[in-house]
Design a protein around this ligand. Sequence first.
Ligand code: NAD
Length: 429
Amino acid sequence: MTHQEKTGAYIADAGARAWQVPGLDPATPKRAIATVGIIGAGTMGGGIAMNFATAGFNVRIVETAQAALDRGLAVVRGNYQRSADKGRFPQDEVETRMARFDGRLAIADLADCDLVIEAVFEDMDLKKTIFTELDRVMKPGAILATNTSALDIDEIAAVTERPGDVIGLHFFSPANVMKLLEIVRARHTSEDVVATCMDLARTINKIAVLVGVCPGFVGNRILFARQKQANKLVYRGVMPWDVDAALNAFGFKMGPFQMSDLAGLDIGWSKGATTDNPIRDALCEMDRRGQKTQAGYYDYDAARRPVPSDVTAGVIRDITGAEPSQMASDDILKTLIHPMINEAVKILEENKAQRPSDVDVVWLNGYGWPPDSGGPMWYGDMVGAAEVLATMEELGREDPEFAPAQTLRALASRGGSFTQIDTGGLKTD
Ligand code: NAD
């Protein structure tokens, strides 16, 4: 077998294994799900709802105001219409799917839903208020899920009298398209809720990975590590487009700064804010908020193609005081990718993932990791633990958050592979 064939076989096996939940009795009874409630009809709520409507579920969707509800449902209809226009399904299917939607303005109207997925702003207080109300109004046995990207689901569950019914269902944007679903098992989530959600993921045609509660879970936690290193490089004078270009050459369609421009630099920012990212703050103040304002880290030409920006380079120089510096593409890659491998190892050490290959399934299906290098763990084995350790020793000296994981040291000194790490699987206590 060539290495390429081995990588393909590994990916297929990893995808199949992600469905297996050791310790969960296959005979665990599933809860019946017919009507799904969604709270929030924004970017995520609308896309999440589409998955269920497409699969034949009734969807009840709640917003705070009629205008927001109308806007959200119009986006859903537009998405279905575009698919019908492309010939993916007949026109009357658009109406069939839309007829499954029932828009409401009160959470109490969800009371008889079998599953509720909360997709409101990423704000702990707001989520706690919503879960307090869900606890009060929902019928017994309803599954209460949150789509939070990074918040502590144990803390959310703790405001209810039924933490066994609370789980994370972390969809990826655009939620009607992206295959990955991180199912986040919180401390008290009951077995039948896990079993039901794994089953449901199959029904709505997702690839499920069961993970534990930690900031960012598996996918975003690793993404945060990469993002932090990307920002550090910019502080050393490496230009955002050079950082992105190294990742593009590795096979990622988008690097961190291209992603920021697409998502909008002003996510989590408001006018006058001084966050831990002063470059971003300055760009936002200049109304360089990403593709939507035709300028962000990049300038955009008439054809909306990103071009390196002298304005951004000037902002970076003013804020960091660093002279523009060239760094070899390989060195940029090491600095961004080895910390992802190290973070994945820490996730396994903390028992927040079931197995190393699940990390790869997450990154392949949720974050566009190039299949030819199989995911962070498979790629770690291609590079070898010694090389990853060398990078992390250096980065760890600058910032203890990036100190090498114990298991990374062990692999480097005693041998063994990342994909074979066995720390005992997922644990929730
Ligand atoms: P969004 O701002 O697009 O949508 C949030 C919606 O919630 C808004 O339409 C708002 O009116 C509505 N809302 C707020 N309070 C409400 C309430 N009390 N009752 C009913 N509706 C209410 O945000 P989003 O990007 O869809 O993010 C939603 C959640 O999904 C967040 O927790 C976010 O972290 C998470 N998430 C986002 C992404 C992403 O890429 N955007 C990916 C994964 C997870």
